[in-house]
Design a protein around this ligand. Structure first.
Ligand SMILES: Nc1ncnc2c1ncn2[C@@H]1O[C@H](COP(=O)(O)OP(=O)(O)O)[C@@H](O)[C@H]1O
Ligand SMILES: [Mg+2]
Length: 266
């Protein structure tokens, strides 16, 4: 797999307060990285640095070997816990909006009918893939929490980004809806091969969805100055591997049992 993202000794400070330090990681295209860590340890800040809405103080982040553009671009789509659709636009128009704005940056109105139809068709397809075909003409306030997040995902994927950044996207949803969203996000990930970074406060969700789980935590402390040191990535767990090892162990036990059973019957 090709390397998509290289994070090289990245630090983030707000004034004198160090929030993140010594982050160094490589991420291949198609990985699904889940991120857990205490509240306030810098997870959102980290996603914002990947998105380009937040700068970093030291180090380097490379996308395809080149410095990450310091502004949000089509490479990166984002979904926050609280969604952000325009209340006066329908689901369909909200989904079309990003593409309309890039086709016509000042007005956001696409006069070319063929271009407009193409954007509309793409938005309808995207909404179908997130299960919102029945709600094209609904307004955001008419949607349930799960449907709102489906809309956010459709909006984020409209420009076919390489990376999808999810900041506790399912945290406010009830368990049944959350499990539907898990199925959706896994299906979209498999279908598109997109690279996902997802912050969650639910470690089980992190293990279930991710191929790789990162833990953000502080390892250095100054008793006189809580802000002297930042969080680092203290664990980088290859979830696939550990799942495989667990399976292997289970299989070994099964085989052992089976052999004993066969031995006893001989
Ligand atoms: N724009 C900002 N200016 C100053 N401090 C900030 C800013 N954004 C975040 N912080 C601080 O950075 C730390 C990490 O915040 P955040 O990334 O939101 O944590 P998390 O998402 O892990 O809960 C917090 O102490 C927060 O107060
Ligand atoms: Mg946060």
């Amino acid at each position: 797999m090709s390397i998509l993202l290289e994070i090289k000794n990245v630090w983030k400070q707000y004034g004198d307060a160090v929030v993140l330090e010594q982050l160094s990681k490589c991420v291949s295209a198609g990985e699904f990285v889940t991120i857990v860590g205490a509240s306030g340890c810098g997870k959102t800040t980290f996603l914002n640095m990947l998105l380009g809405t937040e700068s970093y103080s030291k180090g380097k982040i490379l996308l395809d070997g080149k410095p990450l553009p310091s502004e949000p671009s089509q490479d990166r789509g984002v979904v926050f816990q609280r969604y952000s659709a325009f209340p006066h636009l329908t689901v369909l128009r909200n989904t079309m909006l990003g593409a309309e704005l890039s086709a016509s940056p000042f007005l956001g109105i696409v006069f070319n009918r063929r271009k407009f139809s193409a954007i509309r068709e793409k938005a309808e397809k995207m909404l179908e893939s997130v299960g919102l075909s029945h709600a094209l003409n609904s307004y955001p306030h008419e949607l349930s929490g799960g449907m709102q997040q489906r809309l956010s995902i459709a909006q984020a994927l409209m420009k076919q980004p390489r990376m999808l950044l999810l900041d506790e996207p399912f945290g406010a949803l009830d368990p049944g809806t959350r499990s539907d969203m898990h199925k959706l996000i896994l299906a979209l990930w498999k279908e598109t091969g997109i690279t996902i970074f997802m912050v969650t406060h639910d470690i089980e969700e992190g293990f279930y969805l991710g191929t790789r789980l990162w833990v953000f935590d502080k390892v250095r402390f100054d008793p006189h100055n809580a802000e002297a040191y930042g969080a680092q990535i203290t664990y980088d767990i290859d979830v696939d591997q550990s799942a495989k090892r667990r399976l292997k162990k289970e299989l070994e036990l099964e085989l052992e049992k089976s052999e004993q059973a066969f031995g006893a019957s001989e």
